[in-house]
Design a protein around this ligand. Structure first.
Ligand code: UD2
Length: 323
């Protein structure tokens, strides 16, 4: 797609995935509105485009329907990335999770309908599958989310499809598998790779919740951004599509790989209690993404980790002796 002629709005534009996507869209020449309530998002994530004439940042909340109606005027494509993103926090605060994810998404859909938006691409999550034993996870298999977060994401996928069927709105849900990379926050509620990078840099042990045999299909954020661009280009809608690396790794092996790549093998890996709401294995079948989006991940986990570590060292002026 030639994004140069497009007016694009990204909800959650200052967050981890949203900021990576927003910056790429601006680089591709789109006119972009970045919408974020700055609850989880950080202006620092988008500082490099703040002065760009093709970019406008709007502070706002997806729970404010009237404001959405106002800012959606003249928009062609919406990337709906804003969300309550933490699985463990959703266990502590299911109402807040539902309010932001489900009510907020309904607002986005209703406002988009009223404004005749061309296409909405929704950031969903592999957490909708829950602990079903079948691997890899395929889009049409049963979904049994085991956290309030997973339930909320499943509800939103349902709304995306229903708004497509009933109102003819062109929607698409991308189900991401454990995304990592630049601009991911190192906080207790962040993804494990960002947390462990922070610990490595402070020469602290890496802590594993459980026995370390759980696995994830860690997906590099640049591949996720690429999938989002492809999703706007293709003429499909009403679909739900897995976006993953298609290659799982256990948490123990991830810890060893991160220590090896940073030459910090002397640090310990310690084990503690399993986290409530956690699924055990997660691994994507990406054949549908290959078929419908022509998607092919460009980074395997090791390449993604190296690219992320290099970005981090450059950005925060820290040095790591990388392997
Ligand atoms: C991630 C996303 C979530 C959702 C899901 C999709 C984050 C913060 N969450 O949830 O939004 O899309 O993927 O499947 O990115 N762990 C440790 N030590 C730590 C931190 C985590 O062992 O210090 C474990 C944790 O118990 C889990 C695994 O690492 O088994 C991954 O945890 P996570 O929080 O990075 O991601 P997940 O899968 O809960």
């Amino acid at each position: 797609m030639n994004f140069k002629e497009k007016n694009v709005l990204v909800t959650g534009a200052a967050g981890f995935i949203g900021s990576n996507l927003t910056i790429e869209l601006v680089n591709l020449g789109a006119n972009v509105i970045g919408f974020d309530n700055l609850f989880n998002g950080r202006i620092e994530n988008i500082e490099e485009i703040l002065e760009n004439k093709s970019f406008k940042f709007i502070k706002g909340d997806i729970r404010d329907f009237n404001f959405l109606l106002e800012v959606f005027e003249g928009i062609d494509i919406i990337y709906h990335v804003a969300a309550f993103t933490s699985v463990p926090q959703s266990v502590l605060m299911p109402e807040s999770c539902n309010d932001v994810n489900v009510n907020g998404t309904l607002n986005v859909l209703n406002a988009a309908r009223k404004r005749d938006i061309e296409k909405i691409i929704y950031s969903s999550s592999s957490s909708v599958y829950g602990d079903t034993p079948t691997l890899p996870k395929k889009e049409d298999m049963p979904r049994h989310p085991i956290s309030p977060y997973g339930v909320s994401k499943l509800a939103c996928e349902g709304y995306m499809q229903v708004f497509h069927k009933i109102y003819g709105l062109r929607t698409l849900s991308l189900r991401y598998f454990n995304v990592f990379g630049p601009r991911q926050k190192d906080s207790p509620y962040s993804g494990v790779i960002a947390i462990w990078l922070g610990r490595l840099l402070n020469n602290k042990d890496l802590i594993i919740f459980g026995n370390g045999e759980q696995s994830r299909d860690f997906t590099y954020v640049k591949d996720v951004v690429h999938a989002n661009l492809l999703a706007a280009e293709q003429g499909i809608s009403g679909e739900i599509i897995n976006i993953g690396a298609g290659a799982p790794i256990t948490l123990s092996n991830l810890a060893k790989l991160m220590l090896k790549l940073t030459k910090k093998e002397k640090l310990n890996i310690s084990y503690t209690d399993t986290r409530s709401g956690d699924i055990f294995h997660s691994y994507a079948d990406i054949s549908k993404a290959k078929e419908l989006l022509n998607f092919q991940p460009k980074f395997n986990q090791e390449e993604g980790l190296k690219d992320y570590f290099n970005w981090y060292c450059h950005k925060y002026k820290v040095s790591l002796d990388l392997n």
